[in-house]
Design a protein around this ligand. Structure first.
Ligand SMILES: Nc1ncnc2c1ncn2[C@@H]1O[C@H](COP(=O)(O)OP(=O)(O)OP(=O)(O)O)[C@@H](O)[C@H]1O
Ligand SMILES: [Mg+2]
Length: 336
C-alpha cells in the first residue's frame, strides 16, 4: 500500500539552531525521492520528523489525507532503514527479519510467510540461520532492508543506507534498490550526500542547503537546469565553473560577457544586468592556439541557456564571493 507524503512549512529548531526551516514538499505515492545535500544541511532531521522520531517545532506532515504530525512512530506505518543497520546481534537473520512483526503480535504463520518472501526478494535465504557478525556489510545491509520490507509499510525512509559499503557493492546495491522500488511500487525517501546515489536512483531529487530545500526536480532537471548557484555548484564532479558575468543586448542579440569569455545567446533586448555564467567542465574542449577564439561563437555547438533565481541562502555557492549584486544568473551549457 503506497501513500503520498506532504510536508507543510516543516521546521525543527534545536535551541538557536534551525536544523530544518519552512520545508514544503510533496512526495508522490510512487516516488523514489532522494534528499540530497551537504553534511549538516538537515537531511536526517527531516527524515526523523517524517518517521516520528523527532517532533517538529513548526509545520505539518500528512500521509495521504491524514495529519500524522503528532502520531507516535509505531502508528505511522512507515519503515526506517538506518545507516548503522541496527540489527540485533544475538538473533539470527530470520529472527531479525521477523522481530518487528512479533512485537506487533502478528500471527506466527503470517510472520513466517513475510520473512520468507523478503528473504527470497533479497537473496537472503541461504543466510537465514546466521547471526549478524557472520555476515558481510552488504549482507547486513540487505537484512536491514528486509526488516523494513516485511512490515509492508506505506513508505520506506532510508538514511544513507549504503554508506558502509565499498564502491562495487554500493553500485550493485543501487541497482537492487531501483529494482526493489519498481517491484514494491511504493514511496521511497532516501537521504544521502552522494550525488551519484541521487542521479542513478531518484525519480525526483530535493536538494537541501542550510535546512531549506533549494530545488526539487528530476535528476536531469537538477543537473541541466539548476535553480540556484548552490545547486549548480553542488551537482557535478568536477563542479560547474561559476563566472561573474554581464548580460547585455548587442544589435538585438543577447550575449553574456565574462573575462575572456563571450557567449552569444538568442535574439532579444532583455535588460542588461550582472549574472553568473555556469559552464560544466565536460562542455569545454581544448582548442589549438592558432584556431582558438575567445568567443564561444566560434564553436559549432549551440549554447543552451537558462536564467534562474540567485540562491538567496548560499553565499558560499559562489565560492566565498558575495553575490548580493546579482539579481539573476545564466547557466550556459553546450549541447552537441
Ligand atoms: N539533537 C540535536 N541537538 C542539537 N543540534 C542538532 C541535533 N541534531 C542535529 N542537530 C544540528 O542540526 C543540523 C542538521 O543536522 P542533521 O543531522 O539533520 O544533518 P545531515 O544533513 O543529516 O548531516 P550528515 O550528512 O552529516 O548526516 C546540524 O547543524 C546539527 O548539528
Ligand atoms: Mg545525516
Amino acid at each position: 500500500m503506497k501513500a503520498a507524503i506532504r510536508l507543510e512549512g516543516l521546521g525543527m529548531r534545536f535551541g538557536t539552531t534551525a536544523a530544518v526551516a519552512g520545508v514544503d514538499l510533496d512526495i508522490a505515492g510512487d516516488d523514489f525521492l532522494v534528499l540530497l545535500g551537504p553534511s549538516g544541511c538537515g537531511k536526517t532531521t527531516l527524515l526523523r520528523m517524517i518517521a516520528g522520531l523527532l517532533r517538529p517545532t513548526e509545520g505539518r506532515i500528512l500521509l495521504g489525507d491524514r495529519d500524522i504530525t503528532h502520531l507516535p512512530p509505531r502508528d505511522r506505518d512507515l519503515a526506517m532503514v538506518f545507516q548503522s543497520y541496527a540489527l540485533y546481534p544475538h538473533l539470527t537473520v530470520e529472527r531479525n527479519l521477523g522481530f518487528g512483526l512479533g512485537v506487533r503480535r502478528t500471527p506466527k504463520a503470517e510472520v513466517r510467510r513475510r520473512v520468507r518472501e523478503a528473504a527470497a526478494l533479497l537473496d537472503l535465504e541461504p543466510l537465514l540461520a546466521r547471526r549478524p557478525k557472520e555476515l558481510s556489510g552488504g549482507q547486513r545491509q540487505r537484512v536491514a532492508l528486509g526488516r523494513a520490507i516485511v512490515r509492508e509499510p506505506r513508505a520506506f525512509l532510508m538514511d544513507e543506507p549504503l554508506s558502509n559499503l565499498d564502491a562495487k557493492l554500493r553500485a550493485s546495491t543501487r541497482t537492487e534498490l531501483i529494482r526493489l522500488h519498481r517491484r514494491l511500487a511504493t514511496t521511497f525517501v532516501y537521504v544521502t550526500h552522494d550525488q551519484i546515489d541521487a542521479m542513478t536512483m531518484a525519480t525526483r531529487v530535493a536538494v537541501m542547503n542550510g535546512g531549506r530545500i533549494e530545488q526539487v526536480g528530476t535528476p536531469v532537471q537538477i543537473y541541466d537546469e539548476p535553480a540556484t548557484t548552490f545547486v549548480a555548484g553542488f551537482m557535478g564532479a568536477p563542479p560547474m565553473n561559476l563566472l561573474d558575468a554581464h548580460l547585455r543586448a548587442d544589435d538585438g542579440r543577447l550575449a553574456v560577457h565574462a573575462t575572456d569569455v563571450h557567449v552569444p545567446l538568442w535574439a532579444g533586448t532583455d535588460a542588461a544586468r550582472d549574472v553568473v555564467l555556469g559552464v560544466r567542465p565536460e562542455h569545454l574542449r581544448v582548442a589549438r592556439p592558432a584556431t582558438a577564439d575567445r568567443s564561444c561563437a566560434a564553436s559549432s555547438r549551440s549554447w543552451r541557456t537558462s536564467a534562474a533565481r540567485r540562491s538567496p541562502r548560499s553565499p558560499s555557492a559562489t565560492r566565498g564571493r558575495p553575490c548580493a549584486a546579482r539579481d539573476r544568473w545564466a547557466c550556459a551549457s553546450a549541447t552537441p
